[in-house]
Design a protein around this ligand. Structure first.
Ligand SMILES: [Zn+2]
Ligand SMILES: [Zn+2]
Length: 155
């Protein structure tokens, strides 16, 4: 269930960002969680919770992207201060947002996730990086329009 509530214009909701590492014992589980004929399998062991901050329930991080015919992703979930106990394959959230540049944004979370879709969330680490690197901010902000005028920092 999604509740629509505005919490102050301008202040965008943050991504949870809780960090966790995938226990080695779960790497094999992640590899065998889905038999998809991928060319290469990447299991992510440095996890960050991608759900909206202050969400109820468990933290959730992507363990492995699947490139099969079904929109599914391998996740793990954990409680604060506890290692994840297992991996699970969850369907991808169908959330989609049209953006002015013509490129669609897709939600990177799972079906029925708590909070808002990932494209409405601000990644605190990403924001910090952008604040420290104004050149990248321009790149991300106007890159799609093809504006390639070099506006490098005054050297
Ligand atoms: Zn979380
Ligand atoms: Zn979503």
């Amino acid at each position: 269930m999604h509740t629509q509530h505005e919490r102050g214009r301008g202040a965008r909701p943050l991504m949870c960002g809780a960090i966790q590492s995938l226990p080695p014992t779960l790497v094999l589980d992640a590899l065998t969680a889905a038999s998809v004929d991928d060319e290469s399998i990447d299991v992510m062991t440095d996890l960050r919770c991608e759900v909206e901050k202050d969400h109820p329930g468990l933290h959730a991080g992507v363990v492995r992207l699947l490139y099969g015919s079904r929109p599914e992703t391998v996740w793990t979930q954990w409680v604060d201060w506890r290692a994840p106990a297992g991996v699970l394959v969850l369907g991808d959230c169908p959330g989609e947002r049209r953006v002015p540049s013509g490129r669609d944004d897709w939600c990177g979370l799972f079906v029925d996730h708590p909070g808002r879709c990932s494209f409405d969330l601000v990644d605190p680490e990403h924001e910090a990086f952008m604040a420290a690197n104004p050149a990248y901010r321009r790149l991300f902000a106007g890159g799609a329009a093809g504006g390639s005028r070099p506006e490098g920092p005054s050297s």
